[in-house]
Design a protein around this ligand. Sequence first.
Ligand code: COI
Length: 358
Amino acid sequence: MWKDLDISLEKAVSMKDMPAEENLGFGRYFTDHMFLMEWNRDRGWNNAKISPYTSFSMDPASTVLHYGQAIFEGLKAYRGKDDQIFLFRPEDNFKRMNKAAVRMSMPRFPVDQMLKALKGLVYLDRRWVPSAQGASLYVRPTMIGVDPFLGLKPADNYLFYIIMSPVGAYYAEGFSPTRISVCTDYVRAVKGGVGDVKTAGNYAASMLASEQAVERGCTQVLWLDACERRYVEEVGTSNIFFFINDKLITPPLSGSILGGITRDSVIKLAQSWDIEVEERPVAIAEVLEASQSGTLQESFATGTAAVISPVGELLYQDVSYQINKGETGPLAVRLYEELQAIQYGRKKDPFGWRVTVG
Ligand code: COI
């Protein structure tokens, strides 16, 4: 179906200074190189190259700038023992991106060849993969429509690129419990919309609610469903889990939430430990009642950027509900440690999630 992509390589003449690993933060620094390729309706994917990281110019009328034809992914590369570099489930990210491409009327791309390109890029910039515990190289594949045309229709020209950034913890709290505000004023997505794909507009639309949550002293928002504002959906940019009565419960992938790869990994790990997992609608009332009755043992968010982020407190209509006395629970710790041990190559990978680079 796809012609083999010819990927040209232009190496950077001078290399950037690397930031200190203790001060990476999230998404502030970028590596020496990037991957780029173009698509147009006549030629398909073409002009694939790895080149020095640089800004690019774009026509002010470009589709992405007006109608938001933009999709992206987030995955990570990890430095393991003997400086081996691993990617975590990269094919799943590329498959999810292709699903988003279909939903946003954008072209799909060959997953196997993107994996080859990504491995080449990560290998070339391997000095940027941090070695500090918990730090990693965040990889951001992105696709945008670039037609210089203001009529509303899918673009005929696209740019696909991959940039990479060495990162530490996403939230300032690190692996400490977060305080989350349940959002009742706005919704993130509606079934049949685009909430189940990683398109830029979802993130723009979430910013006001997130800002208001921060004003209330919270880290993020917990979104409720768009129709009844009754069922839990996602937390910020991550999936959400509740551990109630020894059952791990998470909302189902029913069209308005993103199918997180960390979410799927957590479900599979928990099941492999004989923990009962339920993917089902979770009413916010059930969560709050469980918090009050003491049956809500833990809650945590999962995502590539945030990994596992424990929730210590929920704020709902100005009432605070503590979870596990505001402390990180043992299941969150176990999942975090196991996931990281697999990601950094310290443990066997029974699920075949790890991909070795170079
Ligand atoms: C990720 O977890 O990779 C994301 O895309 C979230 C982003 C807002 C950092």
